[in-house]
Ligand binder design. Sequence first.
Ligand code: PFF
Length: 454
Amino acid sequence: MAGPRESIHGQWSSRWVFILAATGSAIGLGNIWRFPYITGENGGGAFVLIYLLCVAAVGIPIMMAETLIGRRGRRSPINSMRSLAEEEGLSSNWRYLGWLGVAAGFLILSFYSVVAGWSVAYIFYVGGGVFADATVEASGAQFEALTGSAWRLLGWHSLFMVMTAFVVARGVQGGLEKAAKWLMPALFVLLIVIVAYAIATGDIGGAISYLFEPDFSEVTGASVMAALGQAFFSLSLGMGAIMIYGSYLPADSSIPRTIGAVAVCDTFVAMLAGLAIFPLVFGFGLEPGSGPGLVFVTLTIAFGHMPAGQLFGALFFVLLTVAAWTSAISLLEPVVAWLVESFRWSRRRASAFAGFGAWLLGVGSLLSFNHWSDVELMGRNFFSWCEFLSTTAMLPAGGLLIAIFAGWRMARGSTVDELGIGDGILYSTWRLLVQVVAPIGVIAIFLNALGVFG
Ligand code: PFF
């Protein structure tokens, strides 16, 4: 038997709103900040091709599994896992999978907000003309002046967390849905404006050959694993975000079609972000493989020398901030839904409490860039532990367990019923992917993290 037809938190007004909201969760720092620099570090086109394969073979099937679990459970990830396990006659220990997701989301939110805070700061820096005619050294020094100051970081981090908690406090229809409906169209328009600007002023030919002409000589086992890890992070998988968004999905919407749309949009935006950034980077003869500083240090130099770069540069960081905002909302929502369900708190109280907790944890991360930069445990500081634990360990573990739960433990009939595509070839393909391909892929991520692939 399926769970209650509607969550106590409400539901999306339509399947389209789910697509907007889930796309909002998926498109974030991962697409616009992380994807371009990871592609840069892994040699370009061949990495892009492997990434696409990972999205199709592992990402989409797991995303469908996560959505179907959420919609069948109709509660926060912890309570959905608990009630589904009970319904399916399985061990109640499966609820820990819900816990894992909620905890990972909370942990990610804490440092995600710190990085998103940099983006908010850069709207003002770039818009205020700080980078006019900047040299490579000046741009690097500007970034260090920001990350070196705990107080500045604290201010931006706090602002971003308040923005996030504010939306979540307003509920599913009054907060999350409204944010998705306003912010996502704005995001697409901004992205198109910036790509057009990059094409008009930068080296688009160089960017296209860099992104789309594969050179497999640069591909290593480690870059294949980086592609898979990036696919997980970018699609918001394994963390309860897509599960809780699925729990607000109307019962009659087709999961495969809906999820297909979300994954295509997410991937498309990652590619467009590449087409916004690399033409400018190449147009100035700058280095594409410069790592996490790519948009903050390298791209800003390009903006500093372009006609109207001050305006378009500021718009770029507005775009990055909006993208991060809709993702952060989806990271806070699972914890808040759980607090509301468990303690009957009001949403406002639950959002303030959870937002404050994530903010506090984030303070540890922001100190890692200055006062605590040398405080290390086994070679990692606080920030890098949070990032490592959540994205390299908890996220693939969550994904693996979700694949096992939906592929091996849930009754075949339940998944056929919930996916709504009948029991034909499409269903069998999905099942094969979650049962075999996705688990193998995820185990490979783990082995890579342990250094097996060098
Ligand atoms: N998908 C987001 C990004 O690409 O930036 C990050 C993220 C959001 C990961 C929500 C996980 C999550 F639950």
